[in-house]
Ligand binder design. Structure first.
Ligand code: KG4
Ligand code: ZN
Length: 334
């Protein structure tokens, strides 16, 4: 089954053609990072305008060696995300579905991030622990099958990627902050500033990164008004160490309690190599990370997950699909 996936939830415009949920036939991603960099974060109005400009060229590029009439299904990321950005993807997908007379399915972007680490895994071991670490989500869940999840915990304030971005902004490191914080941290001292992520009362698997970010700000204000290279590197290293340690400890605790057979991770922050290395020292279970191209927002994970969703529920959403900007991926947590 050939599926055309479209992704435009935030600041990447992407299209992909994926066969049977795992073979990527073609894939195009146009990032807007350089446009938002000057603002230290994504500007929603600019994002939707750029999606409008790029979505057709991106789809054309992705389909340059494939006749679109051979596509069986069109999948679009329809939740959660920025409303204007979602609308561009959904309206384009609807127009294509009508013109090609093919069915349409809406896909949850967060679930697709998680699927990115399962996509090329031949032997999916369930029950598993799922970990979503992105700019908008920090979520722990148990996975019983693709599409069957139970929420264990999530952030009560900032998402982990958001905290990386905000610390980068304080240090004038641009957007997105995660990659540059990770790079600066390599030459920094992670023990110079004793930072810690927050605990959430009676919710051992929930996260709080807002206090950590504020502690980083107060520490910087006390230190100096001039941010030397050493200060920036030490702050990046100390912040990253605190965030990763908190994450690894909670994942380890969840493994002890829920006894998963494997861990699947997804979302932009999974690109962080310090995190990958640290987690392997806490956990000895099989751990699956998305390949680098599928960590950040991309349409291959949308088209891939759509194959499984369609098999379970082949409902053509051409008439009904609407954007759901703030829908929770899962609700209820410990
Ligand atoms: O999953 P994603 O592309 O978009 C959302 O759905 O949010 O994640 C983007 C987030 C940004 O906050 C970015 O700073 C973070 O992922 N990120 C990283 C790294 N690369 C991207 N965070 C830490 N270390 C990285 N290497
Ligand atoms: Zn994302």
């Amino acid at each position: 089954m050939l599926i055309l996936g479209i992704e435009s939830t935030c600041d990447e415009t992407s299209a992909a053609i994926v066969q049977n949920g795992n073979t990527i036939i073609s894939h195009t991603i146009a990032s807007q990072a350089s446009i938002h960099n000057a603002f230290g974060g994504v500007v929603p109005e600019l994002a939707s305008r750029h999606h409008i400009e790029r979505i057709i060229p991106v789809i054309n590029d992705c389909a340059k060696e494939i006749d679109l009439s051979s596509i069986d299904l069109i999948a679009v990321a329809s939740e959660p995300g920025l409303i204007g950005s979602l609308l561009v993807g959904i309206q384009t997908a609807k127009a294509l579905a009508w013109s090609l007379d093919r069915p349409l399915i809406g896909i949850n972007h967060i679930e697709a991030h998680l699927y990115a680490s399962m996509m090329n895994c031949e032997n999916l071991l369930f029950p598993a622990l799922g970990v979503v670490l992105s700019g908008g989500h920090t979520t722990l869940l148990t996975i019983h099958d693709i599409g069957e999840y139970e929420l264990i915990g999530q952030t009560v304030d900032d998402a982990i990627g958001e905290a990386f971005d905000k610390v980068a902004k304080m240090l004038n490191l641009g957007y997105p902050g995660g990659p540059v914080v990770e790079q600066m941290a390599q030459s920094g001292n992670p023990y110079r500033f004793p930072l810690k992520a927050g605990k959430v009362k009676e919710k051992p698997y929930c996260f709080s990164f807002s206090g950590l970010k504020t502690a980083a700000l107060y520490t910087l204000q006390k230190e100096s008004s001039f941010y030397s290279q050493d200060l920036v590197a030490d702050m990046c290293a100390s912040f990253q160490h605190a965030a990763i340690t908190d994450l690894c400890k909670k994942i380890q605790k969840a493994c002890d309690e829920f006894q998963p057979r494997a861990i699947f991770l997804g979302g932009g922050v999974t690109q962080n190599n310090a995190l990958r290395k640290a987690l392997s020292s806490y956990i000895s279970l099989p751990t699956f990370w998305p390949p680098s191209l599928l960590c950040l927002d991309n349409a291959a994970m949308i088209a891939g997950l759509a194959y499984h969703k369609w098999k379970r529920n082949p409902f053509d959403a051409r008439f009904t699909l609407e954007p759901r900007p703030r829908v929770p991926f899962l609700s209820k947590n410990k």
